[in-house]
Design a protein around this ligand. Structure first.
Ligand code: NAP
Length: 211
């Protein structure tokens, strides 16, 4: 797999890339409720490469809980309204994206442990303000690793510039979510960046068509 396929474009604004794996029938997790068995080595390589290329890795609290996230070398921005964050993640290097009305006692506990809390928007996160905040920290290459709830919110607000999607050679049925879901259906055109087969796994990259 050629790393140049995943180079971020030169832009003067934050570029929001998301990275997902799905089964052939569009399930965002395997029958165990996680993504472990999907994608194999090729997907793991892309996952690691995308982390290395990013200025910040953003992830929803649900994914961090279920996929047992640990700190990464890139700044990790965890999105949560409830702020019920596992202690293995709490400490310097963790940034938490939340709303201004988040529970103040939880905010204080996190801050006391060295976590930087970034609060924008009341009741709902104000994403343009979050992206401005990222920009002011010099974070323009943003990688969002999901999950579907966070992705759905970002898609609804038309903030996703690029989706890196691995199609895993598996058919599952069941009631797993797609890679994005939200109350409001939207339809945004995408152009194909690349589609590269690696054995039976298909690595794809889709770019938001803003023309
Ligand atoms: N296929 C893939 O590539 C992939 C990638 C990631 C995850 N997954 C799978 O997806 C499943 C988890 O799905 P999920 O939808 O629950 O994941 P998620 O989006 O990571 O987690 C949802 C939680 O994140 C926080 N959150 C998300 N968006 C928010 C927003 N706009 N504002 C405030 N808080 C927000 C909330 O946390 P609080 O409850 O703390 O407020 C919410 O309950 C797992 O099975 C995981 O394996 C698959």
């Amino acid at each position: 797999m050629d790393p140049d396929l995943y180079a971020y474009p030169e832009t003067d604004r934050p570029w929001l890339r998301t990275n997902f794996v799905s089964t052939v029938d569009g399930a965002a997790h395997d029958v165990s409720g996680v993504t472990d068995s999907l994608g194999g080595e090729a997907d793991r390589e892309v996952f690691q490469l995308l982390r290395r290329l990013a200025d910040v890795v953003m992830v929803g609290a649900g994914t961090a809980r279920i996929e047992k996230y640990r700190s990464v070398s890139t700044p990790l921005a965890l999105v949560s309204r409830r702020l019920d964050i596992h202690e293995r993640l709490v400490g310097p290097g963790l940034f938490v994206i939340t709303t201004t009305d988040a529970a103040s006692d939880r905010v204080e506990t996190l801050q006391a442990a060295g976590v930087e809390v970034i609060a924008h928007g009341e009741i709902e996160i104000d994403w343009p303000a979050v992206l401005d905040d990222f920009q002011s920290r010099g974070w323009r290459r943003i990688l969002c690793e999901g999950g579907p709830t966070l992705h759905g919110d970002l898609v609804t607000h038309d903030l996703v510039d690029e989706v890196c999607l691995t199609i895993a050679p598996m058919l599952t049925s069941g009631d797993a979510p797609r890679i994005a879901h939200s109350r409001l259906p939207v339809a945004h055109g995408m152009t194909l960046g690349h589609a590269v087969p690696v054995g039976d796994v298909l690595l794809t990259r889709w770019v938001r068509d803003r023309t």
